[in-house]
Write a protein that binds this ligand. Structure first.
Ligand code: MLT
Length: 308
């Protein structure tokens, strides 16, 4: 019997392919739970909460596969997995639409001061002049990273009459013109965009992609969005540029440390936040859970896995 540990909150319906698998037993507990016999676990299913580190791998000598119910594998030490011959699989497209929609919702909320106005009305105030916003129509949205989510966001933004300027080293001019976006350098996006959003994975190259130097190239009054990974925008640098009035506001769904605790950016009214909700829809959670459950089952049935 294979022992499969589901260590984070993963959609139960999506786990059906594993629940129906007669050669496996499913354990839904945290890796820190003293009842879990880590040394006997064959497969580990996680979202982003569990950090799959070298130290954890050491405690799991039987482990054969780690499945990430989501896109980013930055909470998994992939090198340590490779060293031990442990396969890492993810669900690369199950939450694309949800994350693109959340980014769009955050952009609209930011431009129209919706969270601030909502709180104000609930505080029994009626400050219509204080919450004058900006239209999206005619604004230039700069997208850094034109993968699945960036592409879906571009389509939605174009439908709202925005100009979309993109920086992505892998984007060809042909594809850019097919999508109706402008293929640009990073500096061109920084210099021209009214709103800038990041949609890259967090890697050594993208960590601090938006730092003081990059921020100083942007237009005064620019807005920033991060619904990708904390750390792509340097949080201290962003706080400096919001504090000095150069950046007009930011919408953040992700943080360098999650949960962020006491956080310098919280003091600004023009910074709106959500607790890493990009992929938190019923649809996306079902999609990603089903995707990884199928992959793990295929792996144990000796069939080829596709997203490793
Ligand atoms: C992902 O990488 O898929 C998202 O950030 C969603 C999540 O962590 O659940």
């Amino acid at each position: 019997m294979y022992q499969i540990l589901v260590a984070d909150a993963i959609n139960a319906e999506g786990l059906q392919p594993l629940l129906e698998y007669k050669d496996a037993v499913i354990i839904e507990k945290k890796v820190t739970d003293p009842e879990v016999e880590l040394e006997k676990i064959d497969a580990l299913l996680v979202r982003s909460a569990t950090k799959v580190t070298e130290e954890l791998f050491e405690k799991m000598p039987q482990l054969k596969i780690v499945a990430r119910a989501g896109v980013g594998v930055d909470n998994i030490d992939v090198n340590a997995a490779t060293k031990r011959g442990v396969i890492v699989v993810n669900a690369p497209d199950g939450n694309t639409i949800s994350t693109a929609e959340h980014t769009f919702a955050m952009m609209a909320a930011l431009m129209r001061n919706i969270p601030q106005a909502h709180q104000s009305v609930k505080n029994l105030e009626w400050k219509r002049n204080e919450f004058v916003g900006n239209e999206l129509y005619g604004k230039t949205l700069g997208i850094l990273g034109m993968g699945r989510i960036g592409t879906e966001l571009a389509k939605r933004s174009k439908a709202f009459g925005m100009n979309v300027q993109v920086f992505d080293p892998f984007l060809t001019n042909e594809r850019a013109s097919k999508l109706g976006v402008q293929n640009s350098s990073l500096d061109e996006v920084l210099e021209h965009a009214d709103i800038i959003t990041v949609h890259t994975p967090l890697t050594a190259e993208t960590k601090g992609l938006i730092n003081e130097k990059a921020l100083s190239k942007t237009k005064k009054g620019v807005y920033f969005l991060n619904c990708a990974r904390g750390g792509i925008i340097d949080e201290d640098a962003l706080a400096t540029f919001i504090g000095n009035g150069h950046v007009a506001g930011a919408a953040l769904d992700v943080f360098e440390v999650e949960p962020p605790g006491e956080y310098p950016l919280f003091k600004f009214d023009n910074v709106i936040v959500t607790p890493h909700l990009g992929a938190s829809t019923r649809e996306a959670q079902l999609n990603v859970a089903t995707q990884v459950a199928k992959e793990v089952r295929m792996f144990f049935e000796d069939k080829p896995v596709s997203n490793s």
